[in-house]
Design a binder for this molecule. Sequence first.
Ligand code: CTP
Ligand code: MG
Length: 225
Amino acid sequence: GPVVGIIPAAGRGVRLGETLPKAFVELDGRTMLDRAVHTMIDSGTVDRVVIVVPPELAGTPADELVGTGPAGRVTVVAGGAERADSVRAGLDAAGDARFVLVHDAARALTPPDLCARVTWALRDGKDAVIPVLPVADTIKSIDTDGQVTGTPDRATLRAVQTPQGFDVALLRRANGDAGDATDDAGLVERLGEPVHTVAGDPLAFKITTPLDLVLARALLASGTA
Ligand code: CTP
Ligand code: MG
């Protein structure tokens, strides 16, 4: 069966604070959504892509959103209130997929190689695959009063990125009662199923705040991304 990309792009981008929904904000003349679609297609490992957009934009023809190049391999569907609802809408449109790669539009500068690494791990027999990076900061757990309750050993911690890859049946099962969970792999962990890690990439950082937008535009202007 085919490998299908699912791009959740239905968020409002409240923390970014732009007027457009975040996935439609442009970086050097191309929207984050357009860039995320091309990352998946350019990896050479994804057959089709389902893009999940705010409901009012779901009637937009694919070529208006991603250009004529990949448009024939792109389906546009309406997202939901929480990210997990948007992922579910993507799964509903994934048809006969064998594997799905769920990739945030907000990680707009993700290199195609990272996408390929995730697909290869799936083809190698892993049912759930996530890209990770070491964490630079020490991380503390705290209670509701802000008192520190612990300091997990940083060497055992990883920051998680997308695309996250799954056997489609496993993610459909895991996503069923997702609630407001923001991490697809976490749902698979809840089922007691193993999650495999591959090396992430610093360029796959999530554009969340205005500071991230400054970084993304500087990386493009300097030819770093
Ligand atoms: N997303 C989605 N549907 C939602 C919420 C989020 O498809 N109901 C998508 C976003 O478009 C984004 C990805 O999930 O590509 C990661 O979410 P996040 O970075 O939190 O984006 P937003 O939810 O748009 O931002 P904010 O939380 O600041 O409003
Ligand atoms: Mg959000």
